[in-house]
Design a protein around this ligand. Structure first.
Ligand SMILES: NC(=O)c1ccc[n+]([C@@H]2O[C@H](COP(=O)([O-])OP(=O)(O)OC[C@H]3O[C@@H](n4cnc5c(N)ncnc54)[C@H](O)[C@@H]3O)[C@@H](O)[C@H]2O)c1
Length: 259
């Protein structure tokens, strides 16, 4: 029997990158997968490649979640994966001194509000059955300060904490609805492409970007998908309110280690 046989799984931001990898892994394990994104062309393409359904869903829009609740009123697994760094549309500074309030809000609307709305939808879509799994994609940046991307780091920290509130709330209600966060670092996805360049330069840039990572390499989408698969499956029946790092050992030590 496949690990997610009979389960309906909805994944946000799944047109590409980590979300697309999770969608494929879930589909390979027998799940009925619903790919969602704001990039409808790429989202439909990803969905058709793995035999999944597709819905437009901007995670920051409450109305989009209401439409999903109508179209998909019951699910077994939700992955709140959609996220932005703040650098997508503009090179404007994102540090604590110079970031604009608009940029701060833009990142929080997608990452923090999007995860809150997703968890709220999932509870409603799981409580009748009284079981399910919510997986929130936070980041290593939710566990340490990132001076150059302050809103991103704060939003990912909020996701980590909200995960625990959701887990405890569901347990208090007597529901077997588990909620956990995944904290990746340096996973090779399209998000990194603008920073990597081409040819020989690319190899050097990649090496420089993971020089602080104990395992000295980028992680892969498949490695994150394998962790999400575990948390989504019944094998993780006693895991809730947990945070799981997938970072090549980055958070195991300190870059500023005493000599
Ligand atoms: N790649 C990494 O190294 C890394 C590290 C830590 C955490 N993460 C987190 O993993 C998640 C996925 O990252 P990725 O690297 O695959 O990014 P990506 O940029 O490759 O993919 C993100 C997807 O989210 C979609 N998206 C953006 N805004 C959206 C919105 N408002 N509503 C719905 N979808 C939206 C995009 O269209 C895209 O398909 C993010 O939450 C990111 O913060 C990634």
């Amino acid at each position: 029997m496949k690990r997610l046989q009979g389960k309906t799984c909805l994944i946000t931001g799944a047109a590409r990158g980590i979300g697309a990898g999770i969608a494929k892994a879930f589909s390979d394990e027998g799940a009925k997968v619903i790919v969602t994104d704001i990039n409808d062309d790429e989202g439909r393409e990803t969905a058709s490649q793995i035999g999944a359904g597709y819905h437009h869903l901007d995670v920051a829009e409450e109305g989009d979640w209401a439409a999903i609740a109508e179209a998909v009123p019951a699910i077994d697994v939700l992955v709140n994966n959609a996220g932005i760094t703040g650098f997508e549309d503009s090179p404007a500074p994102q540090d604590p001194e110079n970031a604009s309030l608009d940029d701060w809000h833009r990142v929080h609307r997608v990452n923090t509000d999007g995860t809150f709305l997703g968890c709220r939808y999932a509870i409603g879509a799981m409580k009748q059955k009284g079981e399910g799994a919510i997986i929130n994609i936070s980041s290593r940046s939710g566990l340490v300060g990132i001076p150059g991307a302050a809103a991103y780091a704060a939003s990912k920290a909020a996701i980590r904490n909200h995960t625990k509130s959701v887990a405890l709330y569901c347990a208090q209600q007597g529901w077997n609805i588990r909620c956990n966060s995944i904290h990746p670092a340096a996973i090779l996805t399209p998000m990194w492409e603008p920073m990597l360049g081409e040819g020989e330069e690319r190899e050097a840039n990649m090496a420089a970007m993971v020089s602080d990572t104990p395992m000295r390499r980028f992680g892969t989408v498949d490695e994150v998908a394998a962790l999400a698969l575990l948390l989504a499956s019944d094998e993780a029946a006693y895991i809730t309110g947990s945070e799981l790092n997938i970072d090549g050992g980055l958070l195991a030590g300190s870059a500023a280690s005493p000599g």
